[in-house]
Design a binder for this molecule. Sequence first.
Ligand code: ARG
Length: 566
Amino acid sequence: MNIYKEISNAVISKIKEIPEIKDYITPQILNNTTIEIPKVRDFGDFSTNIAMLLTKSVGKKPREIADILVSYLRQIPNIETVSVAGPGFINIKLKDEYIKKSALTDDLKPDTEKSQKIDLDYGGYNVGKNLHIGHLRTTVVGDTFNRIAQFLGHKTKSYNHMGDWGRPMGLIIAWVLEYGMPENVDDVNRMYPASSARAKEDPAWLEKAQKITVELQNGNKEYKKIYDTFIPMSLNQVNGLLKRLNILTFDENKGERLIAEYVPEVQNILNQKGIIEHSDGAEIISVKQDTDTEPMPPVMWKSSAGAQTYAAADLTAVYYREKTDNPDAIVYFTDNRQTLHFKQIFRAARMAGFAKDIELQHIGFGTITGADGKPFKTRDGNVPSLDEMINIVADSVRTRVNDSGKNLPDETIEEIALAALKFNDLMHDVKSDYIFDVDAVTNFEGRTGPYILYTAVRLNSILKKTSEKAEITKVDLLPEERDLLMFLLDFNRIVEISFERRAPYILANYAYDLCKLINTFYHTCPIMRDDISSEVKAQRLAIVKQSLRVLSQAINLMGLKFPEEM
Ligand code: ARG
């Protein structure tokens, strides 16, 4: 249930009944009306500015209008009090009975009116390179966004646009031809940087790799055979790590290679439209517009060596996704160094007549840095692989747990570590850089994953230890209970906003604030103590149960798991 919508609707329809006001309720007034949940709840659960907006048209002072509105709003059954504050704000306080009933029987089912079809592009791992810290945000934020969208009833298709067809392939194959086949993925991941380093010093080597790339793309059998040996090694590694990270399986691993099949079709369209230009042997699409104030280089459609480019794969992918999925939107999650690339691609797509009715949207991330503000490195100065990152966090969790005299199974340590790593990533606004500090993220107190899990484990253990019933009783709510219930009722609205703004950090921070309220409730409202009456106990247990329900759902949407004990 979305109590916010419910109250907004009730307020608006009531106001539309008021004879001296209703004619002035224009769509424009409704558009500018805010019904907000005030930061300080002392005066009410909701507050609205509508009286102020009506001053001009009605020709009365805001407070006079507010007084009229108030007398009507008081008639809404679930409203306890309505009062006027400041220049004419109207504060609405709900009845406790209504809050109790709504919150404690809420099944959290979303009331999405229109299910959208959304293609998601995140991950985009590269063959020949281990998954590293730079892949954390695209993976974690993309996955959580996917879960949020699905929870709301939208149809998503997740694409892992693999980097598996470009120059790195030629570099690996060139290396294999000289030094022999890789035996495992570690060999593959060593070959690419070694070959790449050599190409920087040795132009003939680079030329060779480029030639191999083009020939591979054109169907050279020998190269394809080598390619087919190392690709599964790489994919296996990716999948193993995604599993460790508890990431939903991608619907499609259609990346640069598999999209290649559609490049000729797109080439034809681009030729027909006459938007391909030739420049130094390369094929380019000029996407500059007169109004541009920043540099806007052309899209590189085909390299001068004749190879399929990164841009060609992305432009073709837009065409393919429109043709096969016809989604309402395609949303890309990558770091913000690709912002220009996607701007170019989206423009080229429009020029080619693609995606007319599709929203194309790129969400660009900031960088994960060390305390010095530079991209995060391990102590020995290396870019850590994602596996290493998880291990670093898990070691820190283990030390903390041991120091506190506890002994937890490895599986639990791993769950806590993942929560620490992933929650820390999720809670930051995607656009900004953030500092990664392993001590901070594994703290069991504060805005951290372990704190979130710990709160859930605590609720779970209260419920496990008792067989007493949990139900709404006649007992009045204490302020801490009321605040918590109102916050629980805000869950669906928060998920919707996180979806609309493509901003899972809103959900993550909600989860933290929820845990704070849960812990305040826990500390001020004893449950299992002997002097607590069975009526109070039952109601508090119902609050615990619903809190756990909401928190578990949030934990789920963030792709975390909470252990039995911690
Ligand atoms: N493989 C690319 C890289 O590592 C990321 C792919 C992002 N997705 C896309 N459709 N281009 O830079």
